[in-house]
Design a protein around this ligand. Sequence first.
Ligand code: NAD
Ligand code: UDP
Length: 314
Amino acid sequence: MTKRILITGGAGFLGSHLCERLVNEGHDVICLDNYFTGQKGNVVHLMDHKNFELLRHDITFPIFLEVDHVYNLACPASPIHYQYNAVKTIKTNVLGAIHVLGLAKRVKARVLQASTSEVYGDPDVHPQPESYWGNVNCNGVRSCYDEGKRVAETLFFDYHRMNSVDIRIARIFNTYGPKMHPNDGRVVSNFIVQALKGQDITIYGEGNQTRSFCYVDDLISGLILLMNNDSVIGPINIGNPGEFTIKELAQKVIALTGSKSKLIFQDLPADDPQQRKPDITLAQEKLGWNPSISLDEGLKKTIEYFKKVVETKK
Ligand code: NAD
Ligand code: UDP
């Protein structure tokens, strides 16, 4: 059945893939964004589509719309961008959650929160199951994001318990793919752009910290499965459990691009988690979801995308 769907942060990396998937499925999609880290260019190809609407709006201000589903993705996701204006980041997380929950309560919409593996902080349980409460610094440089996302989860559950709002919470682990911003600052885009330009590859710390990388198409399928599931509300981990050190990622990118770039080592940012890997048992059992794209396969597709971006910027 055709649904009216609001996607906050719809012009960003994940949001634009979600807009495209849902428009192609025949839904009426409203993409809301203030263009802080997102770009119109990510969704411009959808603008002639009769099912697609673009709305410039900042989610720290209330919004009144009639919709069936809300995906709340508005929030910068890259550490350099969310730390650029930390107070704004926490406002986006907290006020943004209050505004989408208020909207969902008024019009009886279902609302999905893009939560994050960052709610586990620098985890001392490995891999991380949803039952783990996390190890988070509440006043560090990452706290505006980590704690903002944790409060957002609290708000979602309180609106659910107090007002029966129909919520879904996805804890997203590091996701990569085409349409990441080339200056986004996250590790996959940084390494690929550096390798393609023949620049030094910047490893923070010794590169022994680990991350688990999920290709964007797999992630989007997981979010949609969760939204459309009538009994599972989460929180539920969505990520690829394949775990790699940052040094291994750099070596893969160099091999796949055939680059002559050298590895250089820079200071590790404060509170940078040492290890991260999702336990996805719940997503497998409750949603029947499994990531299907390997890191090598996903990196190849992402490298093809960035080759075009780097070429047109020359
Ligand atoms: P992104 O930075 O590309 O997209 C975020 C979008 O939100 C951008 O278009 C930005 O302009 C918009 N935005 C920011 N503040 C806003 C505001 N106040 N009002 C309206 N729009 C605003 O990041 P992304 O990777 O697409 O992440 C999307 C969501 O998923 C974020 O909430 C992020 O925390 C979450 N997430 C992403 C990852 C990942 O690896 N990509 C991992 C965990 C969680
Ligand atoms: N990182 C790195 N070089 C870079 C960018 C990031 O070594 O140019 C490291 C970063 O310190 C972290 C990991 O890669 O350990 C993932 O960083 P990212 O910003 O992509 O995501 P997050 O830390 O939020 O998982």
